[in-house]
Design a protein around this ligand. Structure first.
Ligand SMILES: [Zn+2]
Length: 95
């Protein structure tokens, strides 16, 4: 059976992204900005790798311990503060 290595912290960053963006109305949420926010947050977080068999339910944020969960939320909030005022594209995709 094939296994893959998953960074649970990265999974959590993407899981919690929507929640953090919801709490920060008015910022750009295009895929580019979301990727920037995820990258900044992940650079400030320690990775936590787990192995997972392909097809198995992916490691999810619910399975993270409380400290890691909070660390991810804090890192995301800081990343939003850093990325949102300086979107790295010229045209605004917002209506
Ligand atoms: Zn954007």
């Amino acid at each position: 059976m094939e296994s893959q290595v998953i960074n649970m912290v990265e999974t959590a960053v993407w899981d919690l992204m929507a929640k953090v963006l919801n709490e920060n109305q008015g910022i750009c949420t295009c895929p580019k900005c979301r990727a920037d926010i995820a990258a900044v947050a992940l650079n400030n977080l320690k990775p936590r790798y787990v192995t997972s068999n392909k097809g198995q339910v992916m490691a999810r944020a619910d399975n993270l311990d409380q400290n890691t969960y909070i660390a991810v939320l804090v890192a995301l909030a800081k990343a939003v503060e850093q990325v949102a005022p300086n979107p790295r594209h010229d045209e605004s995709p917002q209506p």
